[in-house]
Write a protein that binds this ligand. Sequence first.
Ligand code: MLT
Ligand code: ZN
Length: 466
Amino acid sequence: MTTRLNDFRKQLSQLLGEQRFLTDDRSRHHYGRDWTRFATPNPCAVALPETIAEVQAIVRKARTAGVAIVPSGGRTGLSGGAMASNGELVIALDRMNKVLEFNTIDRSLRCQAGTITKLIQTIAVDHQLIYPVDFASSGSSQIGGNIATNAGGIQVIRYGMTRDWVSGLKVVTGTGDVLDLNRGLIKNNTGFDLRHLIAGSEGTLGIIVEATLQLTKPPINPRVIVLGLPSMDAVMAVLQAFRAQIPLLAYEFFSELALNKVIEHQELQRPFAAVTPFYALLEYEHLGEATDDAIMAIVDYCMTERWVEDAVVSQNESQRRSLWRLREDISDTIARWTPYKNDIATTIAQVPGFLAQVDGIVAARYSDLEVIWYGHIGDGNLHLNILKPDSVPVADFQARCKAVSADIFSVIKAMGGSISAEHGVGLLKKDFLGYSRTIEEIAIMKGIKSVFDPDNIMNPGKIFDT
Ligand code: MLT
Ligand code: ZN
């Protein structure tokens, strides 16, 4: 180890004490990776600051020592954005997990970046409000990580992405300066909105240390309906039929293979007897008999058109939750097969053509593998997961799937779609960034990074190489 690195470690150890500056193998392994399993964690150490001033001091010392930093939240990311494989220092926000202020008039909540998403949701509900960005990992993801990846989730069709709910951000940049952005304001037209540059920047511009979030009224009496569908075309036809009549809180879909795996591994029941190639899960506000009549009429129409083969509606909260699990438990269930994940999107109008082309590529290339489809199809966002057979080594599987990514991403490029609708680019998709962003855009992104982070110490090698 060089003297400079040794001095750096000594300084951090003095600053944080041995409880908050971890160098043992177990901690480095635990904090050095996210939910992806395609790279080996190898950070030099893990720092657990408790204040903004400590984050600043750590960043300044890292900059002087030339040590790269990987900001780390709940590490639930799926693109390798929080992987530390090259001797970086991990700055984990776990101890900056306090809610600092709840403002009833502004309907806002200010908290430290390490606050768990679920806690924010619970506090909002205690005040008859909601924080509406929701996903299966909300019990362990941290709000700073959600903002850094602009997390989406299961209700984007109604409420949008994380960035839509962030009204203030404090960020420590690569120079150790603190930016206090937008300060909870609803209206603020004073030039570039740096807050929105930080959302989705995956830790490459700075470390989010504090956030102000907007909250809203909860939906009235939400109900879930699960439909059995004969084809992907039907998935889109049913979406149009419902959207034309009632506002939707969610419109998700999954394939029979996805349902099968979930039922087998989570001990859940099939929603109904019929086994169909695809299922759609819709959520809507139940406003009384008029809603029942409207839903009944749409389902009847869809059945007449042969888009729907069977249907079940939740009758109470526990049924609603059980039906949601059929969709929400998919990601966790299939994680044991180290899946190759594609998180792709087009505009909603393009989805049917897009699905047909991607399906063709996958059928031709992966007929020997298990392919699982699900996603937020109401947002034009599709999750395509290919399961690794136990007998195939991870590296071989990764190489095979990566080769076919280019084919799928070419379709996306031709349609002006996105190679990452919500999981972010991180490490896994950076080689393909050019399929969604132009050379000029990437050059501007790099220029912006160099302003926030002149020495390239903030999560280097994520999104793009500088
Ligand atoms: C989901 O929609 O379930 C999440 O994005 C996670 C995943 O795609 O595995
Ligand atoms: Zn998703």
